[in-house]
Design a protein around this ligand. Structure first.
Ligand SMILES: [Zn+2]
Length: 409
């Protein structure tokens, strides 16, 4: 049995001088630290000045796009996608996807992500990279039929799903690209398949004004209405962005049980916009947090994302509307609820996906409130060790399961 010692914090509160016991892939128990001698513990991590949090859940990402970091930084979204990113994406080889997915996953995990929800082409390679590092990964093969894009051939999404069903830490999803690039008939086909397989659907929603305009012109509907008409607006849907939702769409979305994967850094940078998360949250919508990709973010750091989420919502909706606890929920339980996994809390019989943060640093003083410090003062680089499924996956700059060095990739 392993034990993590320190201040234990999840959405319900804080336990000082506590120990989290890990057996196999589960949290065996959470006990006062001084009772650790009563258990058969063979490895102890952390101690005084350590913070233990649930692994962060990156609810929307494209890890392989790490290759495009720093390219076209300040272009408008449509020009960036159509003129820069998509031409490069047509050139992907399997080896390149796998290499950059692994680099992206290393970055995400080292900054505290234990689960990613990825949406991309050649998804088998993303899944193999995820297996290599040992991260919990939900992966969908991106499909679209209204844009000519060979890597996004619709049938491949279903084939990928079947290939990766029941595969340990990998859970396949269905990943229609966006409301403007996927036809109604393909969405219906995806819905039927998802119902049969109890699959999650992961899509981009109202990411740009252009997307909203195209859907209105083609379908006579707003994007959320389009998802509803296709029968996929329910608790099995994770929709990224939702920046341009109208009031009636916000109400419809909040009632549906679907999750908004909020990517505040990426959309502030690409569109200069913030999704209406405060209104959605107040109406009871589930919200999860995502980094999107290193091409638009430009990092895969969920700790930084929590701060951006809190700060940008203050700019949009007022300084007292969203606090550290709300965004910590989005980054933990909100994601776990979206993906239907027993994670996001530090509790007996929850998955042992845990992050150990070293607080022996000036920016954690005075000790004060760890929830505030985690969201507003901590950095991804404060993460010292990451446990996924009970296993030590990241430890002091190293990835024990990966044989090659990051810089020789
Ligand atoms: Zn995206």
């Amino acid at each position: 049995m392993k034990a993590l010692l320190g201040t234990v914090m999840d959405i319900r509160g804080i336990k000082e001088n506590a120990a989290v016991l890990i057996e196999d892939r589960w949290i065996y128990d959470v006990i006062p630290g001084d009772r650790i001698g009563e258990y058969d513990v063979d490895e102890i991590f952390g101690g005084k000045d350590y913070l233990i949090i649930p692994g962060l859940i990156n609810a929307h990402t494209h890890v392989a796009m790490t290759k495009f970091r720093g390219l076209g930084d300040d272009m408008p979204l449509n020009a960036w996608l159509n003129d820069l990113i998509w031409p490069m994406e047509r050139e992907w080889s399997r080896e390149e996807i796998r290499k950059w997915a692994l680099i992206g996953l290393m970055e995400a995990v080292s900054n505290g992500s234990t689960t990613v929800n990825d949406h991309y082409f050649l998804a088998d390679e993303i899944a193999r990279a995820a297996q290599e590092i040992g991260v919990r990964a939900f992966i969908g093969q991106t499909v679209m039929d209204l844009v000519d894009f060979p890597l996004a051939e619709p049938g491949e999404g279903f084939k990928f799903f079947k290939r990766w069903k029941n595969n340990g830490l990998i859970t396949p999803t269905l990943a229609p690209h966006a409301t403007d690039t996927v036809s109604f008939s393909l969405l219906e086909e995806i819905r039927n398949f998802a119902e049969k397989e109890n699959a999650l659907i992961h899509i981009h929603l109202s990411q740009s004004r252009e997307e909203v305009r195209k859907v209105r012109k083609r379908e006579g509907l707003y994007p959320v209405e389009y998802l509803q008409k296709a029968g996929i607006l329910n608790s099995r849907l994770i929709a990224a962005h939702g920046v341009y939702l109208k009031e009636k769409e916000i109400k419809l979305f909040a009632r549906s049980g679907a999750t908004l994967a909020h990517c505040p850094t990426s959309l502030a940078k690409l569109e200069g916009a913030v999704a209406p998360t405060v209104t959605l949250w107040n109406l009871g919508a589930n919200i999860a947090l995502g980094n999107d990709c290193a091409a638009s973010n430009n990092s895969l750091d969920m700790i930084e994302e929590m701060k951006m989420a809190a700060i940008l919502n203050k700019v949009k909706a007022g300084p007292d509307k969203i606090g550290a606890r709300d965004v910590f929920y989005w980054a933990t339980l909100g994601g776990a609820r979206a993906l239907d996994i027993k994670a996001g809390m530090i509790e007996k019989d929850y998955l042992a996906d845990l992050v150990l943060i070293n607080m022996r640093k000036p920016h954690f003083l005075p000790r004060g409130n760890p929830m505030s410090h985690l969201v507003y003062a901590a950095k991804g680089s404060d993460v010292e060790r990451v446990f996924i499924n009970g296993e030590l996956i990241y430890s002091l700059g190293e990835f024990p399961k990966i044989k090659t060095s990051l810089f020789s990739l």
